[in-house]
Design a protein around this ligand. Sequence first.
Ligand SMILES: *Cc1c(COP(=O)(O)O)cnc(C)c1O
Length: 398
Amino acid sequence: MAEHMWVWHDAQGLHRIINVSGTMTSLGASVAAPSVRAATAEAMAHFVDMHELQTKASGVIAKLTGAEAGCVTASASAGISLSIAGCMTGLAPGRVEALPDDPGPRNAVVVQAGHLCNYGAPIDIAIHLTGAQIRGIGTATHAADFQLEAALDESVAAALYVVSHHVVHYGQIPLARFAEIAHAKGVPVIVDAASEYDLKGFLKQGADIVIYSGHKFLGGPTSGIIAGTRDLVRAAYLQNIGIGRGMKVGKESISGVIVAMQDWMDRDTQAIREKERAALNLWLEALHTIPGIRGALIPDPTGNPLDRLEVCVDQAAAGASAAQFAAGLARQNPAVIVRDEMVEHGCFQLDPCNLLPGQAEIVAQTLREVLSDGPALADVAEVDPRNDGVRGYLHWLE
Ligand SMILES: *Cc1c(COP(=O)(O)O)cnc(C)c1O
């Protein structure tokens, strides 16, 4: 592989990293295209009327999603807090300034228990930051229409729905039905679709607001996107005079994500999938004959147009556990960071969607070397702190 890829890491004294785990905050989220990088850099050279820039973003978001309006936030997580706050305050600045201390009479957010996930932080906290109370319905693996109906009274500001691999995938109320029930009681529906490719479907199924990450599949700078009905988007945007201040988004992020969204409209999904498929096949081939190691291609659990390689480990035959192999891969130079969230089940995954040119071959070679030498990892700790949320923060500057 071309050594020039590592010039920046080497000059900064930072670890060389190949990301086959997905779009991870802990790895710097995404790598932006030259067009996006140029837009962020250029924006830094100018003053701009921020409302005008957000108006431009609104137009692009509307075109991309089919929504009436939109705005850019600091992150999807910020988008969740600001959208909920907007549903609580409407366009009353006095109400906005009263948050989070005085949430007012409409202060509950209804969520299915199976949707109360952790995407690096518990979604509960993004809700509570507004001053709202969470009204969970059902149990982790089951929620029913009547429970949603019973929870919706005059104190409810919004109903939140999460589409993600992080949530429970059975026993939940489908979005279209969820929206129908909420709307019958006059309650707006907010969908957290931070990591989803589908930019139109959730609005079509009845969402009033949908939230995406700007720095996940879109490949923009760190940002979030709120798309929805004009008044709810305006109310979310108004939170910038209140709780939104600490979640401020800059002109560079707004300008960059506008270009990322424009690029997305011309994206050749088919060609990208073929490239990803070639990488997956190369890796599958690399581990084909290694004792105790089994690979299989699996589709994305929420239906994004993306496959991953799942590597399952028979510890007795392979000489190390799946967790130890994941940690061992992360110790290489360059570090190969895999998707290890289900490692206690004896498997980890490789995600091809963030590969840079030349990296697929290095990953294949590294897999071959590390996976065929399990006994060398027998004493390796099962966690790599870089890839472990809470421990990563605790270890910092230790
Ligand atoms: C990643 C993610 C978030 C947070 O997105 P950020 O833009 O990083 O704040 C929220 N919800 C879900 C379901 C996610 O996958």
